[in-house]
Design a protein around this ligand. Structure first.
Ligand SMILES: [Zn+2]
Ligand SMILES: [Zn+2]
Length: 343
């Protein structure tokens, strides 16, 4: 079987990889769909991000779905043939954070396709994958591509839960990539009454419109457009900062109401903040990192028809064209979510 392995920046190969057999509590999965994430792109384009660098070849990928082909001993909730969304979140279950229910902060997290620890945690872009039963959520009723969107959607659901009550709230989202646009869907499902999205790319913003944003603003073309929201000490109750760009965050502060909440999702390196204005407005700045229990929630919300991710899947390409798919995924003028088909 083959896997998609990054060796160093711009050196991505489809290579033979050993087949594993499922042990107790595990299942074998024939992969169906794998979404290319911003972090996969960082490894592909730059060999890492921030202080995280590739030190050995690593299988990429953590947004995957597939069909169960074999059951390990004791597996009872799944059957051969089931379509499952596979959570890349593999906390240890034993450390103090796991004990406190903060599983995304597990001290021994083995999140697929991560070069943070060494040896690196190998990813899920493999034709066959062995996963724990507990990582798999049955996704009947969804397409394989939709099921593979459960992972990035979980990131946005986690941020939405951290943001607190959104019912009737006005929301600003900076950055209209896959996470920003999925945040439109998550915020709407949570009851946001008005959602405004900013970006520097009209192509990216068109996807925010497709998933129901009330207004999109190209802040490159119209840098003054947010000024109207700054009157009366600001308009927005919640900001989802999904760009990781300091100017996006700083530019949003005047439009935020006193005691509003900033959810920081974008990871673009360290930034300088307008801390004086944020302090005077008593703004809460909250980080949001990965997810855990939101993964099953993401599948349920899609199955129930409460969240439709389909408009965001812009391209599906066979794994033999993995390099072209990674190039396309990095082109914001064309692509939103690019998925690889393993079938
Ligand atoms: Zn991802
Ligand atoms: Zn743990």
């Amino acid at each position: 079987m083959r896997a998609i392995i990054i060796h160093e920046a711009k050196d991505l190969r489809l290579e033979d990889y050993p087949v594993e057999t499922p042990g107790p509590g595990e299942v074998a999965i024939k992969l169906a769909s794998g979404g290319i994430c911003g972090s996969d792109l960082h490894y592909y384009n730059h060999g890492g991000f921030g202080a995280v660098r590739l030190k050995q070849p690593m299988v990429l990928g953590h947004e995957v779905s597939g069909h169960v082909t074999a059951l390990g001993e004791g597996v009872s909730s799944l059957a051969v043939g089931d379509l499952v969304a596979v959570s890349p979140s593999r906390p240890c279950g034993h450390c103090s954070y796991c004990g406190q229910g903060l599983r995304n902060h597990c001290e021994n997290m083995r999140f697929y396709g991560s070069a943070m620890p060494f040896p690196h945690i190998q990813g899920a872009f493999r034709e066959q994958l062995v996963a724990l039963e507990s990582q798999c959520v049955k996704a009947d009723g969804l397409s394989a591509g939709q099921a593979a969107m459960a992972e990035p959607l979980s990131v946005c659901l986690h941020a939405t839960r951290r943001a607190g009550d959104l019912l009737g709230k006005r929301v600003l989202i900076t950055g209209s990539g896959p996470i920003g646009t999925l945040c439109v869907l998550a915020a709407r499902a949570a009851g946001a009454v008005e959602i405004v999205v900013t970006d520097l790319s009209d192509a990216a913003l068109s996807y925010a419109t497709k998933v129901g944003a009330d207004r999109v603003i190209n802040t490159g073309i119209d840098p003054e457009a947010l000024n109207a929201y700054a009157v009366g000490k600001g308009s927005f109750d919640v900001l989802y900062e999904c760009s990781g760009a300091a100017p996006a965050l700083a530019g949003a502060i005047p439009a935020m109401r006193p005691r509003s909440v900033i959810m920081q999702l974008g990871l673009g390196g360290d930034m300088t903040l307008p801390i004086q204005a944020m302090t005077a407005k008593e703004i809460d700045l909250r980080g949001s990192f990965r997810f855990h229990e939101e993964f099953a929630m993401a599948v349920r919300l899609m199955q129930a028809g409460r969240i439709d991710v389909e408009p965001l899947i812009s391209h599906t390409m066979p794994i033999d064209e993995a390099v072209s798919a990674f190039e396309l995924a990095g082109d914001r003028s064309q692509a939103m979510k690019v998925q690889l088909s393993f079938q």
